[in-house]
Design a protein around this ligand. Structure first.
Ligand code: ZN
Length: 146
């Protein structure tokens, strides 16, 4: 376990635009406002979704594509740098008309509508590849030790 205290920074409300990517619009906000670390949550609806399931044995992301409308019951995520670019690591819980759900790591989804609250954290968080244990791009030691 590793942690670091951050001071809260600016707060934003973001209304997503119909027809554009859910995650991409959050990254666009972060780029425009030069937000280097943040936590966010959101809700709304999407026209489709591609989720990535991480197989812990093979250490590969397996894409799962859904071509159907969903309610985005909940989206949660954070902003950090991945390979020098701002990346919105986003997880979602999506619901259908009958109340059934799918959820997980969001790669992409075409927004129908969306409302996002984002809180900047004053600092910069970088991701670093962890080749030993998880094979994931995790928050770096450096980012969490100041
Ligand atoms: Zn994830």
């Amino acid at each position: 376990m590793q942690y670091r205290q951050f001071q809260g920074g600016r707060e934003y409300l973001l209304r997503l635009e119909n027809g554009r990517d859910w995650r991409g619009q959050i990254e666009e906000l972060a780029d425009e406002e030069e937000i280097d670390a943040a936590w966010f949550n959101g809700m709304g609806a999407s026209k489709d979704a591609t989720l990535w399931f991480y197989d812990q044995d093979t250490k590969e992301y397996l894409p799962v594509e859904f071509d159907e409308p969903f309610e985005v019951a909940m989206a949660v995520g954070n902003i950090s740098f991945l390979d020098g670019e701002r990346f919105a690591h986003t997880h979602v819980l999506l619901t259908r008309e009958d109340g059934s759900t799918v959820g997980g790591h969001l790669d992409s989804a075409t927004a129908f509508a969306g409302e996002v609250y984002l809180r900047e954290l004053e600092g910069r968080v970088e991701r670093e590849h962890d080749p030993e244990v998880t094979d994931l791009d995790l928050w770096s030691d450096d980012s969490l030790s100041r």
